[in-house]
Design a protein around this ligand. Structure first.
Ligand code: PGA
Ligand code: MN
Length: 469
């Protein structure tokens, strides 16, 4: 069996990785997706990162998914004249910025009026400080300190389980989105998604802008967990955003939720990205902790499509080593992954495409084919095959650059560029030739191909062909 890595790796680009030679090293180490985090940095910096990622991609000859991660409606502490120390049992007032008086702790955007209520908690700085609301007057929440600590200006604020009256895309998000679309990004990651409608709103904006970018819904709120099936219908992919999710639901709930979210995404053939603190100690050290190595391995065994690095590659001292470590762990654990194709499609009406994918995997297995070749227009057929987690390599072939870059994040899929075909025989031949040129199959190897015979019409998968390279 092949030693190719199947799980994809997303690395966040920041000051520690914005250099073309470093980006080439990250790609060589195994980076498949590059994430621009719009919670930090300027447009100028992200523009430079995007340009360098594309240059490194061209130099290395491998498609890279470029992801713009929007900050979303993140609530923060406002300006403070000085850090505030809070002691357990003390009374404190948290207020929407416009309504704050005297020593109130201001928050922005204003979310307390009409949302905060007696009994709810206000968490500050990833939950390091916890307050409990005792009563609310207008936009001021009179609270008691449950866990004390120092509050610094602009730290993040979470109100677990509280539905916040703010738009899903802030003014900043809209400006960032506009800028990011100009960079030719492949995916937009949407933070603090609450519902299917939030995702639909972003999708409508993308459509209006004529963008082909796909939407990654970041699951980091209780509301999103509750609405997951609906969100998965609308989004193209999901991210298990364990940082904020851990603050919102409590860290103890995260491991099982991770498994459930991955499984739900798999059942719908949508990629799932597991994110945050995967190799956190590698920000400062060249070796991960054993717990971190296990975390990456377990996410892979859970069925994740991709694993993500944040600060490790954005600001850490060992960005290349972090990617290498993930790739090594993936290669070590993947041979133990289960083969899913025999599972029935859960609770969904069978489609021709799905049945064809299943049969293609069966054939590839029964015939010990060297690879499953999937000529595809949008990449959706490759996703449908990937969701079955076949042991045989999946090679997706297309002339559409955007599709190659989308598929860079799809589990087990090697995206290869081919020239546009005029008829189906031409398509089969080009596909086999490309897989041979890439060294994935050799002359005489058996391959299974699956595609639509109505060439270049999306969603028309209707043929499986067994051939010899
Ligand atoms: P963030 O999202 O890094 O943009 O906050 C990921 C997370 O919350 O885990
Ligand atoms: Mn987050």
């Amino acid at each position: 069996m092949t030693a190719e890595r199947r799980t994809k790796i997303v690395a966040t680009i920041g000051p520690a990785s914005t250099r073309e030679d470093l980006l080439s090293s990250l790609i060589e180490a195994g980076m498949d997706g590059a994430r621009l985090n719009f919670s930090h940095g300027t447009h100028e910096e992200h523009g430079e990162s995007a340009r360098l990622v594309r240059a490194a991609q061209a130099a290395m000859g491998r498609p890279i998914a470029l992801i713009a991660d929007l900050q979303g409606p993140k609530v923060r502490i406002g300006d403070l004249p000085a850090p505030v120390e809070l002691r357990e049992g003390e009374a404190v007032v948290v207020a929407d910025q416009d309504a704050a008086r005297g020593d109130d702790l201001p928050v922005a955007p204003g979310v307390l009026a009409g949302a905060a209520h007696a009994g709810c908690d206000i968490l500050i700085d990833d939950g390091l400080v916890r307050l409990r609301v005792e009563r609310v007057e207008g936009a001021r929440a009179f609270s008691r300190v449950v866990t004390g600590g120092v509050v610094n200006p602009h730290k993040g604020v979470n109100l677990p389980g509280v539905s916040l009256p703010v738009p899903s895309l802030t003014e900043k998000d809209l400006a960032d989105l506009d800028f990011a679309l100009g960079l030719g990004i492949d995916y937009v990651a949407q933070s603090f998604v609450r519902s299917r409608a939030d995702v639909a709103l972003l999708r409508a904006k993308l459509e209006r802008a004529g963008s082909e970018a796909w939407v990654i819904a970041k699951i980091e709120l209780q509301e999103a967990v509750a609405a997951l099936p609906d969100i998965l219908e609308e989004a193209d992919a999901v991210m298990i955003a364990r940082g904020d999710l851990g603050v919102e639901v409590g860290v103890a709930e995260v491991p099982l939720l991770q498994k459930q979210i991955i499984l739900s995404a798999l059942e719908r053939g949508k990629p799932a990205i597991t994110a945050t603190q995967m190799l956190e100690s590698m920000i400062a050290r060249p070796e991960p902790t054993r717990a971190e190595a296990s975390d990456v391995a377990n996410a892979i065994l859970d069925g994740t499509s991709a694993v993500m690095l944040s600060a490790e590659t954005a600001v850490g001292r060992y960005p290349v080593e972090a990617v290498e470590t993930m790739a090594e762990i993936a290669r070590a654990v993947e041979p133990s992954l289960g083969y899913r194709h025999q599972l029935p499609a859960a609770a969904e009406a069978p489609t021709v495409g799905r049945a064809m994918s299943n049969a293609a995997c069966d054939l590839a297995e029964a015939l010990s084919a060297k690879a499953i070749l999937v000529p595809t227009f949008t990449g959706k057929t490759a996703s449908a095959v990937a969701r079955l987690r076949p042991q045989r390599p999946i090679v997706a072939l297309t002339h559409v650059l955007g599709s190659l870059q989308h598929m860079a994040l799809e589990w087990g899929v090697t995206p290869l560029e081919i020239e546009e075909s005029t008829d189906v025989d031409d398509l089969w031949r080009r596909s086999i030739d490309a897989a041979r040129e890439a060294g994935i199959v050799s002359e005489g190897d058996r391959v299974v191909l699956t595609a639509g015979t109505a060439v270049n019409i999306p969603g028309s998968t209707n043929v499986i062909k067994v051939d010899t390279a």
